[in-house]
Design a protein around this ligand. Structure first.
Ligand code: AMP
Ligand code: ZN
Length: 272
């Protein structure tokens, strides 16, 4: 089996084994224009799913412009309708104009906006391009921060809280390594930019990433093992903590929230 065939087989098996989606429901692909989401969009289309794409222009100068062009190119080539929204229209500023905690403001708003737009577009699933490396790093970050509840929504199908206003997030590339996705995207000739976001230092994630890279030299399975270990324990942890994750609606924006006011409305108040 060639690399391309085994990569596609792995993604297909993830979708089937974890019952991520069926062909009748509409999937909204969160397409940043990076290698992961271009690969994801290409494969879901190849497998015959019913898709639309959603891109958020974050307003980070030429970096955002390049990513938007790459998202437009793959959607155009694959015949997938692309919906583009501008973060500025929802935050009041471009991300580059925010002075403090850019990364946090950006990620909280991205998640809020992807869910809201995917729902408005009639999506039954929201497909995200996270890969195995992202997940291994997130698990360790949550462990080191003592953040048990934050990690409970993880997995190829995300979310422990179900609600009519939540579009179920799925991650078909969940078991694919970063290096594998990159190789696939390169071999397929997708236009993508490997430039990291100019305003994202996310120091803690990078420390963990570098640490895992060193450990991986002697144990090539280390990321798979972290993720497998966590997934094994997930059902038991969810059972134990489920009563602590009650859902409400934000009194300002009406979106689902764990508190009276959602995190997104909280950060908006601080920056405006
Ligand atoms: P990140 O949080 O940048 O590692 O991205 C993880 C996943 O979130 C990507 O693979 C995409 O599916 C989605 N995503 C990130 N940024 C955007 C964006 N600007 N527009 C649409 N989807 C995005
Ligand atoms: Zn809110």
């Amino acid at each position: 089996m060639t690399f391309i065939e085994s990569f596609e087989k792995k993604v297909k098996e993830t979708i089937t084994k974890h019952k991520l989606a069926d062909k009748k429901e509409k999937i909204i692909v969160a397409c940043s224009g990076g290698k992961d989401s271009c690969t994801l969009l290409f494969l879901l289309k190849k497998f015959g799913f019913n898709l639309e794409a959603l891109h958020i222009n974050l307003g980070i100068g030429s970096w955002s412009e390049k990513n938007q062009r790459n998202a437009e190119k793959i959607c155009d080539e694959m015949g997938v309708k692309l919906n583009t929204v501008y973060m500025k229209d929802f935050v009041g500023k471009n991300i580059s104009e925010i002075s403090e905690n850019k990364c946090r403001v950006c990620s909280i708003n991205k998640r809020w906006l992807l869910n809201k737009k995917a729902r408005e577009l009639g999506g039954k699933k929201l497909a995200m391009g996270h890969n195995l490396d992202d997940e291994a790093e997130s698990i360790l970050m949550n462990v080191f921060r003592g953040n048990i509840i934050m990690g409970l929504g993880t997995g190829p199908k995300i979310g422990i809280l179900q609600d009519k206003k939540f579009v179920q997030r799925i991650r078909p590339l969940y078991f694919c390594k970063n290096t594998e996705t990159k190789k696939y995207a390169e071999e397929k000739g997708f236009a993508f930019s490997s430039e990291i976001c100019p305003c994202s230092p996310d120091v803690f994630r990078r420390q963990i990433r570098n640490w895992l890279k060193k450990l991986e030299v002697k144990n090539s399975e280390i990321k798979e093992n972290i993720v497998k270990w966590f997934l094994e324990r997930l059902p038991e942890l969810r059972k134990k903590y489920s009563s602590k994750t009650e859902l409400k609606y934000c009194s300002r924006c009406g979106e689902p929230s764990r508190n009276e006011i959602c995190k997104r409305c909280e950060v908006l108040e601080k920056i405006n």
